[in-house]
Write a protein that binds this ligand. Structure first.
Ligand code: ATP
Length: 515
């Protein structure tokens, strides 16, 4: 783990954003609880997504379907037969790994060496450094690149063909060792289904087997007709949903990046067959803009086309974010064709078609979906926001602070109300009155304990964008100071204007208008 990543994990725990699940029982691997501030931040992320998708589009509507669904749904969707990861066990350490992840880590190590060579050369050659030329002509760098490309091609080929023997052979030929024990004593590669299952109480055996949904999308597909009829939408239109999903991940690590219980924000867009690549391009751009509108640097986001398409897709791309452990998938945009609706039509025996009055014909609609993990978005938001910096204290001396530079609209606490001196008569009363005025429009905190400097630091650490201080002058002229978190600048304003100033600054509306 990089130092930055370790710091984000410990900050999240210490300041009430994320706790390991069941901690007093030593935790449950890859399951986490959102704490005092984390639950607020997560809620704000969901609100930003929901408003951007559902409120901002007259042709997108929302639903909230159940986690349990008829077991045949997972047969129809392909999850029973094909929602597998290739796993491999180490016979000495008894540890279990994903075969493709072992290979990806192996390639990442070579990539690390390659990057180091490039950095060394950049320092050596200074301003005149031509990176492209160096990559092509330096033997060592070109050799590393060839090694990566060769392993990547072989791995993708094996995954595409579902050739588990070839995957094992590749792990052997790369001489990959168990990262924990160093042993190369591996079992064969096997397929492992990622769905959790449970049993209905009143039906024994296979018939009563229920799955915990591994994606929210199927709840949307099986409700297509219900929603279309009750919302009177015409194609193209979308159905959005936020909800829990469950996957029995083999390698659960990297904190909330890969969890066994997580939350998805998905939207399925139903369209005319043949128009899917246009809508795919449209949603790619729309979704990238959603991320950029938060102020995320464009250098930290990129598209990554899928090389191995899932069984249901004819085009797929990830929006990757530069997490503290490198660029990884944050969101997926998939052109799912008519696979899901067509398959549910076949398995359920119910006709799932749409009569298009413009074309005067019926068809099974095609689908383009956008699917983002709320928890991954949470981690990306924390990674963007977490900052350690040196700033002047009240006496102008250097002091260090840890501050979460969260977009104000997402911050868990929008505003802190701070009477400068607890004992000065009238200050706490005025401060409480202001708190009571504000509390129904934005999430506020009242704090009168410790020095004002300490209180500012506490609010910085949870990302509160505005601190309102009530001081002696307030009693004389009814003005207060508003301190802005990032610049730490202070502005004196009339107390009666505080509510409207803060509400405007923390509003989601300007972000949504940018989209
Ligand atoms: P990965 O390749 O990282 O396993 P995936 O391609 O299986 O992800 P999708 O099935 O496309 O993921 O799911 C859509 C989104 O759900 C992902 O972009 C991610 O943000 C989120 N997601 C998927 N699996 C997990 C998980 N185990 N924990 C947290 N979020 C997840």
């Amino acid at each position: 783990m990089s130092d930055l990543f370790k710091n984000i994990v410990s900050h999240s725990k210490e300041y009430g954003f994320i706790y390991p699940s069941s901690e007093i029982y030593d935790g449950l691997s890859a399951v986490y609880d959102y704490g005092v501030y984390g639950s607020e931040l997560k809620q704000a992320i969901k609100e930003y997504w929901w408003k951007a998708m559902v409120y901002a589009h007259e042709n997108i509507v929302g639903i909230d379907s159940a986690i349990f669904m008829h077991p045949r749904i997972w047969k129809a969707s392909g999850h029973v037969d094909a929602f597998n990861d290739p796993l491999i066990d180490n016979k000495d350490s008894k540890k279990r790994y994903r075969a493709d992840v072992l290979l990806e880590d192996y390639m990442a190590k070579i990539q690390g060496k390659l990057d180091k060579e490039i950095e060394k050369a950049r320092k050596r050659f200074g301003d005149g450094f031509d990176e492209k030329m160096y990559r092509e002509t330096n033997e060592r760098v070109a050799g590393y690149q060839n090694q990566i490309d060769e392993v990547n091609d072989k791995m993708n080929d094996a995954l595409r063909k579902n050739d588990l023997v070839a995957l094992k052979a590749l792990i052997d030929s790369c001489e990959i060792a168990d990262p924990e024990s160093g042993s190369r004593n591996w079992t064969d590669v096997r397929q492992f289904n990622l769905m959790f299952n449970t049993q209905l109480g009143n039906i024994a055996g296979e018939e009563g087997k229920l799955y915990l949904r591994p994606e929210t999308a199927q709840g949307i597909f099986v409700n297509f007709l219900n929603v279309q009829k009750t919302s009177r939408q015409k194609i193209p239109f979308g159905i959005a949903q936020i909800g829990k999903a469950f996957r029995n991940e083999i390698v659960a690590r990297q904190f909330i990046f890969r969890m066994r219980e997580f939350e998805q924000m998905e939207m399925q867009y139903f369209i005319q067959p043949g128009s899917e690549l246009d809508w795919y391009a449209y949603w790619k751009e729309k979704r990238m803009n959603w991320h950029l509108a938060l102020g995320t640097s464009p250098d930290k986001l990129r598209f990554h086309d899928h090389e191995n398409l899932a069984h249901y897709a004819n085009a797929a791309v990830d929006i990757q974010f530069d997490f503290p452990f490198g660029f990884k998938e944050l969101e997926g945009i998939h052109s799912r064709t008519d696979f899901d609706l067509g398959s549910h039509q076949e398995y359920s025996g119910k006709k799932i078609t749409y009569f298009d009055s413009d074309l005067n014909e019926s068809y099974v609609p095609y689908v383009v979906e956008t699917s983002i993990g709320c928890d991954r978005m949470f981690l990306a938001t924390m990674s963007n926001a977490y900052t350690e910096e040196t700033v002047p204290d009240a006496e102008g001396k250097d002091s260090s602070r840890t501050v979460l530079k969260l977009p104000p609209a997402l911050a868990p606490v929008k505003c802190a109300i701070l009477p400068l001196i607890r004992t000065e008569s009238g200050l706490t009363e005025t401060a409480r009155k202001l708190f009571n005025d504000l509390k129904f429009s934005v999430n506020c905190q009242y704090d009168e304990k410790d020095t004002i400097g300490r209180r500012y630091r506490r609010q910085d650490a949870v990302g509160t964008p505005y601190c309102v201080t009530i001081d002696h002058q307030t009693l004389e002229d009814q003005t207060v100071t508003i301190r802005e978190r990032d610049s730490m600048s202070q502005e004196r304003v009339p107390i009666i204007k505080v509510s409207s100033i803060i509400s405007e600054k923390v509003s989601l509306e300007p972000l949504l208008r940018k989209l």
